[in-house]
Design a protein around this ligand. Sequence first.
Ligand SMILES: *[C@@H]1O[C@H](CO)[C@@H](O)[C@H](O)[C@H]1NC(C)=O
Length: 357
Amino acid sequence: MAFWSSPSLPLLGLLSLFLLTTITTTSAAPVTTTPIRLGIIRKPSPDNVPIFREAPAFRNGETCGSPAKDHQIHVAMTLDANYLRGTMAAVLSILQHSTCPESLVFHFLWSRFEPDIHSSIKSTFPYLNFKVYRFDANRVRGKISKSIRQALDQPLNYARVYLADIIPTSVKRVIYLDSDLVMVDDIAKLWEVDLGDKVIAAPQYCHANFTQYFTEAFWSDKSLAKTFDGRNPCYFNTGVMVVDAERWRQGGYTQKVEEWMVVQKQKRIYHLGSLPPFLLVLAGNIKAIDHRWNQHGLGGDNIEGKCRSLHPGPISLLHWSGKGKPWLRLDSRKPCTVDHLWAPYDLYRSSKHTFEE
Ligand SMILES: *[C@@H]1O[C@H](CO)[C@@H](O)[C@H](O)[C@H]1NC(C)=O
């Protein structure tokens, strides 16, 4: 079940020695761990899963009817130890602003089974209706090319491509959400958008310079560039998407996106991770919805320490896409102003040790 490769023994020893040195010189915490244990640092150990407060029980309003199958709202997110704090905040924000929180069904994708994360969700949200699915990272590993940002190269970042194939076929529509966002409006409004004959709905940005998402090698190759013929391609962010899962499956969209990832492997046609192949297949062919549903870029692009302010207009969802994450900036005591909008949803119990030791 382990998908991380364990380092060979000599290396393990070396790694432990290095870690021991680092810890003893940079931290005052007593080093009680044995070298072998420190060697497991690459796989989060039970002690590394943060502790979260229990969220309150959220109940359906009177207008919801019975939380029967036909009233369910399906939400999909990935689950990763590094982003768990973000996921917890996102889930809380969705529940809190939902008129019918008991109608929500969460579908979590993860690439390796981590029982501690599972129990962490269970204890934080005892009433949450959720399922977890394994996303086989091997399905995508050979198709990932190095992007300009290492974080974008994680296999789990590509799980959204396979989402419709992983969740049960009985789920005909699903909202995919990144883990670095909070919802500040009723998700039912997003769920109910009319997709028309489109496969996905998302805010789109036709003023953004679309050219820059692809390389010169792409635009100069007529056979590649003509993929956008007959479309008005506009940028959209793949962190918030309403997906017609049935249409996605029937249209073989997973394969369509994968095909571009194969092209990218042979010839560098873009710089970013999972976004460009989505644009190649779907840009100019999505249902454009109000920008309020994805106020993105709050992480501040790729420039460290760069703060963004909010765009004018109503906001239903705040998204810290980009390099900076609100929990890291808040912890470092150098938060951006917008990070204070994330903080109320933070369930992380930083005072764990005070209570338990
Ligand atoms: C769009 O980006 C491309 C590539 O970076 C650049 O060459 C072009 O001048 C830009 N166009 C506009 C209108 O800014």
